[in-house]
Design a protein around this ligand. Structure first.
Ligand SMILES: [Cu+2]
Length: 310
């Protein structure tokens, strides 16, 4: 034991000797870290096939067709910027420590502990950050899920394996039932809605759990079977056609559960309902208001399995 102790004190004394010169062409740890970070960033860009412009959207769709989508997008971008600011600050501290306190000798540096102000600072600061994030999340979420007393348009959404039916309880057809548009294996259902009017969606499933998702709305809502009161409302800002999907793995042909949201002017919407009430099919009614009769953002999935090994 005595021999070991003396060997240690010898090595500490020897540690004060100047370090051997670095070999030419050999990179230091800081340069290596920067090089690895640079390669990582380049690889992420190349492998994900992202453009520089896409990177600023953090993977979110470019179009935002409702005020709710715009508010959620702003919240997300604000949160991402806050996270990046914290990240840059922490990375800066890490690199500063790496450089400022890098090993210069074998001597143990002075050990400090119980720095109360700093410990308080790094305990309180994260709570402040998450409080601000929580506040804005709660405000935006409350607005997005808000239901008003008297929406302009109501759409009953029925999901079933593996398609959708959209019916309009405010417009009764010739058979005494609400007019509706439904998809089949050869026909993608088109959900027609007006701009600038409050639309309420009442969603329910006939079989398993599905999920109503329109990427450009930045919104999805699970669709449950049974008497579950599941509703949401929104307002569409601009006319256009947007793809909708089932976002819940609901069975073999889950991937074929697409639909299209067709946003038209309030006048066109009224004429569409009247055409449906007069007994026209959905393609006929769409053509009658000057719209494409069939979905343009997605096509039915081929259901011919004759070449399948089973
Ligand atoms: Cu589904």
């Amino acid at each position: 034991m005595v021999a070991e102790g003396s060997a240690q004190s010898e090595s500490r004394t020897a540690g004060n000797a100047p370090l051997p010169p670095r070999r030419p062409g050999r990179r230091g740890p800081v340069q290596r870290a920067i090089a690895v970070a640079g390669i990582g960033v380049a690889l992420v860009g190349v492998l994900s096939a992202c453009s520089i412009e896409d990177a600023f959207y953090f993977g979110w769709p470019r179009g935002r067709i409702t005020p709710d989508a715009q508010r959620m997008f702003d919240l997300w971008i604000g949160s991402a910027i806050a996270a990046l600011a914290v990240g840059v600050f922490v990375w800066g501290l890490i690199f500063w420590c790496l450089i400022r306190y890098r090993k210069r000798s074998e001597e143990l540096p002075p050990q400090t502990r119980f720095n109360l102000p700093i410990e308080l600072l790094y305990s309180v600061t994260p709570f402040l950050i998450i409080s601000v994030l929580f506040y804005y999340t709660a405000v935006v979420q409350t607005d997005v899920v808000e239901l008003q007393d008297d929406p302009d348009v109501v759409v009953d959404v029925t999901a079933f394996k593996w398609n959708w039916e959209f019916s309009y309880p405010q417009a009764t057809g010739q058979d005494g039932r609400p007019v509706s548009t439904v998809g089949t294996s050869s026909y993608v259902p088109v959900l027609v809605v007006p701009t600038d009017q409050r639309v309420r969606f009442v969603v329910q499933s006939q079989d398993v759990i599905h999920s109503f998702w329109v990427p450009e709305m930045l919104f999805k809502r699970d669709v449950f079977p049974g008497n579950i009161d599941n509703q949401f409302e929104t307002t569409f800002l601009s006319e256009g056609a947007y793809v909708g999907r089932c976002a819940e793995l609901c069975g073999v042909y889950h991937y074929s559960m697409n639909f299209e949201v067709r946003v038209v002017s309030p006048d066109q919407f009224q004429r569409f309902l009247e055409a449906k009430q007069a007994g026209q099919s959905t393609p006929e009614a769409l053509a009658a208001i000057g719209e494409e009769p069939y979905a343009i953002t997605t096509t039915p999935i081929p259901t011919d399995r004759s070449d399948s090994p089973n």
